[in-house]
Each structure stands twice: as structure tokens, then as C-alpha cells.
Design a protein around this ligand. Structure first.
Ligand SMILES: Cc1cc2nc3c(=O)[nH]c(=O)nc-3n(C[C@H](O)[C@H](O)[C@H](O)COP(=O)(O)OP(=O)(O)OC[C@H]3O[C@@H](n4cnc5c(N)ncnc54)[C@H](O)[C@@H]3O)c2cc1C
Length: 480
């Protein structure tokens, strides 16, 4: 109840407000504003539009997709970062289908497995493969046993038993992944060659600080589900085509009011279920509910001024951030014979994805997760080092003729130990204001699946609250 009294602090906007898309809202239902056309905001807006609500979608950038968007670089259609999904990303796949995209037309499924190339000074690069026939426990165990080739038999067996405990045992308290791995008898070799790169790829946080709870959840969802859940899905089209562009087209077709290249500057609460939105073009809109589907940093700034929202602001700032750099290398001749996904050990780059699958055969993408932890600040030394190490790993490759480096400083939140307890809920303490994003969904790291689930949860909360409010008002004979 305390926060209700604090509403009174909200500033009243004196300027006249216009209704969003006047005349198009059913008499008893106001518009819902969704701020941000990343995967979360698009999922939220689309869910609301499908439920028959009038939606206004406001996005600062000229293209949708947010942290997973298409870029045009040097005439090629590339992405702001190489993205990989797994079959367990069920909500992402369902949302694609709902906007008319058949996942099998835009994603290449690979059986679960990891192929790692290790650069060993003065030796031939070593290949390490963890490639089970299936994700049945026996196949996984055999593949792991082979992966640990060269270690003592007793250590390999102990590591195997440890993995069974990791997947099936309890984890009453969160702890750093590294501590958990040591506790479950993973050998230094298994940690360096398998768990470190996997944890970085999944969580964008090193094992020394990453949350074992989150990591374990992802492993369980991927490996203990169906064979399909464990598949790695590599995009065969640019990210925009997977969901953002068709979602935007579906929203427009459903009558949503879409404002691209328009930034939300401020939200003022001007009464119960009435919010005033100030846009970067000076326009003012009125909305009944607002879903902030921006980055956590933007959401922290945009939450209406009220002490009631201090806890939500605190939760948003506690999320922290980690960066990802993607090094795109262009070669004069089309590249053939490379696996769709290769792990790189002992190198600055961590994962290699040839872009031939997505129609750009001259380009390679090399991912550097938690890039802030590497002392390689500038683009040029970064790509030159990556290219040199790749040429040493794949001698036929040679050196690229040009390169691009895209670093996203705020790529993901910091998936450190205990992070789940700090994450904000989609419902804020101020009725009518919701948060949506990859950071809202407990149990998942910063991923497209978390973003979509966050958007769907915010839309569901918004709809449930409106329906509750409407039926209360109808009972009281109020006229909306
Ligand atoms: C390089 C990179 C690689 C990644 N790799 C993977 C991967 O392999 N697999 C995976 O699942 N995930 C991956 N991720 C994570 C994934 O991209 C994110 O979790 C997801 O895109 C977050 O979506 P979102 O909608 O929550 O937020 P965002 O995408 O950040 O969307 C927020 C939107 O709000 C807009 N906005 C902000 N402020 C305002 C304002 N004031 N007014 C209007 N609009 C505003 C922004 O422009 C943006 O479009 C990767 C991320 C990066 C950066």
C-alpha cells in the first residue's frame, strides 16, 4: 500500500495529450504502449495485438531487433553479432511461426556436439570432439569419456559420475560454476577445454563468477529434454528475417501504431491508468499501460519518478553488463570445408561460424564473449590477432583482405552467482508499468529465449491486470 500513496508524487503533465491512434481503441480499452522493438518488445506487442488490444510500439532505432538485428556492412548482410539458438528455445520458435516464419527455413539444425580446435605452440592444431550419437545418457557419457582422452582412467570416470550429479543432483545454494565443477570432480582438462568455453558461450560470464544455477538450468533444459531440444540451430538468414522484420509487418497489418526512429524521453503518470509519454520528436502521447522493453539501462532511466519504483531501479542497475565482440573477416575466395560451428581453444577468438550458411560465403564470424576481460582494446589489433590465429589453425585459410569488428558493450547482463535473486519482476510496484526483457526471466541467462519469454510474461500481466480492472469497473458501473 505504501507505493500507492507515493503515486501522488508523480508529476502532472500540463501540456495537452493526444490519444494514440484516436478512434481506433474500443471505448473501454485504452492503448498500450510498448517501448523498444527488440525481440522482447516485439513478442509483447504482437501478443497484445493478437489479443485485440490497441498497441503503440515506439523504437529509437530505424530497424527492429535491438541486440539481435541485421546490419548491412560492406554490401553484405551481416548481424550485430553471431547468434546461435538451441531447440529448447521453444518460445522463440513458436513466435517465429506465429508471424509466418517456418523455423526450418531459416535455421540449420546441427546434432548436439562440440568440435574444438586447439592451437598448440610448435605443434599441429589439435582437434577435440565431444560428438555423441544422441543425447541419451549412455551416448553422452561415452562421448565425454572419449573427450577426456589422455587423462587418467580414474579421473575420467570420476568426471563422468560428476556430470551425472551436475545434471540430476540438487543445488541448494547458488555458487560459481568453477567451484561447482571442481566439487563435481571435473578435471582441469575438462574445465579448460569443455566447460570454460561452453559456459562463456551460454552465459557470457566466465566460470570463475558465473551462476551455477543458471548454467545448470540451461544444461538440463538442453540435455535432459528431447533430441530436438539439444540441437544447435544456426541462422541461415540475417537475424532481422528470423523474427523482427516479419513481426513488425504482422503488427502493422494488425493495425498497431508503429513508430520507428522515435525515442521515448519520459513517462509521467498523470492519473490512475493514464500515462503521458514524451517522444524525441516532441510529440506527447497518452497510454493506459506502458511496457518498458528497452535495455535495463534505458528502463532504469525511463521509469516514472516515484520512490515506489526505487526497488525496481535498484534491481535494474544491479544486473551489470558484459560485452561481446564479433570479428567479421572477409576472404577473397569463397570459404569451403569448414564446419558450421567450431570452438577455438587457446585463441583470442572463441567460436568460429562461417557465414556461408547465411548466404555470405566470403565472410567468417568469430565470437569473443566477455570481451571486456581481454586486453585487446582496439579493433585493428583485435581482428589481426584473430586472423593470425585462425590462419595457424586452418593453414589453407590465409589472411583476410578486410575485416569488421562489432563490439556490443552491453550485450548481456552479468550472469554471476546469485543474479536470479536480484532480477526484477515484469510487474513493477506501479500498476500499469511493466518491464520486459531478457533480464526478467529467472532461470535463464541473457538470451533470445529469455527476451521472448519476458515479452510474453509482460503482455500476459498487462492483459490480466486490464481485465481485472475492467471487470471491477463494470461491476461498479464505471464508464471507461
Ligand atoms: C553480440 C551478441 C551476441 C549474442 N548471442 C546470442 C546467442 O547466440 N543466442 C542468444 O540466445 N542470445 C544471444 N545474445 C543475447 C540476445 O541478443 C539478447 O538477449 C536479446 O536480443 C535481448 O532482447 P531484448 O528485447 O530483451 O532487448 P534489446 O534487444 O536490447 O531491445 C531493446 C530495444 O529498446 C530500444 N530502446 C532503448 N531505449 C529506448 C527508448 N528510450 N525509446 C525507444 N526505444 C528504446 C533499443 O533500441 C532496442 O531496440 C547476444 C547478444 C549480443 C549483443
Amino acid at each position: 500500500m505504501a507505493y500507492r500513496a507515493q503515486y501522488q508524487e508523480a508529476k502532472v503533465v500540463a501540456e495537452p495529450l493526444v490519444d494514440v491512434a484516436p478512434g481506433r481503441c474500443p471505448a473501454n480499452r485504452g492503448p498500450i504502449a510498448v517501448i523498444g522493438a527488440g525481440w522482447s518488445g516485439l513478442a509483447a506487442a504482437w501478443q497484445l495485438a493478437r489479443a485485440g488490444r490497441q498497441v503503440v510500439l515506439i523504437e529509437a532505432a530505424s530497424n527492429p531487433g535491438g541486440r539481435a538485428r541485421t546490419l548491412s556492412l560492406d554490401g553484405a548482410s551481416l548481424d550485430n553479432g553471431q547468434h546461435i539458438l538451441v531447440g529448447a528455445c521453444r518460445q522463440v520458435l513458436a513466435q517465429m511461426q506465429s508471424v509466418g516464419v517456418n523455423p526450418s527455413d531459416v535455421l540449420e539444425p546441427l546434432p548436439f556436439g562440440l568440435h574444438m580446435r586447439e592451437l598448440v605452440p610448435d605443434h599441429e592444431p589439435r582437434l577435440r570432439a565431444m560428438a555423441p550419437h544422441s543425447t541419451r545418457p549412455w551416448h553422452l557419457a561415452t562421448a565425454l569419456y572419449r573427450f577426456l582422452d589422455g587423462e587418467k582412467r580414474s579421473s575420467r570416470l570420476a568426471a563422468l559420475l560428476g556430470v551425472i550429479r551436475m545434471l540430476n543432483g540438487s543445488l541448494p545454494h547458488d555458487r560459481p560454476v568453477l567451484e561447482w565443477l571442481r566439487h563435481t570432480r571435473q578435471t582441469p582438462g575438462a574445465i579448460r577445454q569443455l566447460w570454460d568455453p561452453l559456459c562463456l558461450a551460454v552465459m557470457n560470464t566466465p566460470t570463475a563468477t558465473a551462476s551455477a544455477r543458471l548454467f545448470r538450468n540451461v544444461l538440463r533444459q538442453t540435455l535432459l529434454g528431447t533430441e530436438q531440444d539439444a540441437r544447435l540451430l544456426i541462422p541461415t538468414r540475417s537475424l532481422g528475417e528470423l523474427f523482427p522484420d516479419p513481426a513488425l509487418a504482422s503488427l502493422r497489418a494488425a493495425g498497431a501504431d508503429v513508430r520507428m526512429s522515435t525515442r521515448l524521453v519520459r513517462i509521467d503518470r498523470i492519473g490512475p491508468s493514464v500515462f503521458g509519454l514524451l517522444l524525441s520528436n516532441g510529440e506527447r502521447l497518452r497510454a493506459r499501460q506502458v511496457i518498458l522493453a528497452t535495455t535495463p539501462r534505458s528502463a532504469e532511466r525511463l521509469l516514472p519518478r516515484s520512490m515506489a519504483l526505487d526497488s525496481a531501479r535498484g534491481a535494474l542497475s544491479a544486473l551489470g553488463a558484459r560485452s561481446i565482440c564479433t570479428v567479421y573477416l572477409h576472404y577473397a575466395t569463397p570459404l569451403t570445408g569448414l564446419r558450421p560451428l567450431t570452438g577455438l581453444l587457446n585463441q583470442h577468438g572463441q567460436w568460429l561460424v562461417p557465414r556461408a550458411l547465411s548466404g555470405e560465403p566470403h565472410w567468417l564470424a568469430v565470437v569473443i564473449s566477455a570481451a571486456e576481460t581481454h586486453p585487446e582494446p582496439d579493433a585493428e589489433p583485435r581482428w589481426r590477432r584473430v586472423a593470425r590465429e585462425l590462419a595457424a589453425t586452418f593453414p589453407k585459410l590465409g589472411m583476410p583482405d578486410r575485416a569488421r569488428v562489432i563490439c556490443e558493450r552491453f550485450a548481456t547482463f552479468d550472469a554471476r552467482t546469485g543474479i536470479d535473486d536480484l532480477r526484477p519482476n515484469v510487474r513493477t510496484p506501479m500498476p500499469g508499468v511493466y518491464l520486459a526483457g531478457d533480464y526478467c526471466v529467472r532461470g535463464l541467462p541473457s538470451t533470445l529465449e529469455a527476451a521472448v519469454q519476458g515479452g510474453l510474461q509482460a503482455a500476459a500481466a498487462c492483459l490480466a491486470d486490464t481485465e481485472g480492472e475492467e471487470s471491477r469497473s463494470l461491476r461498479a458501473g464505471a464508464n471507461f
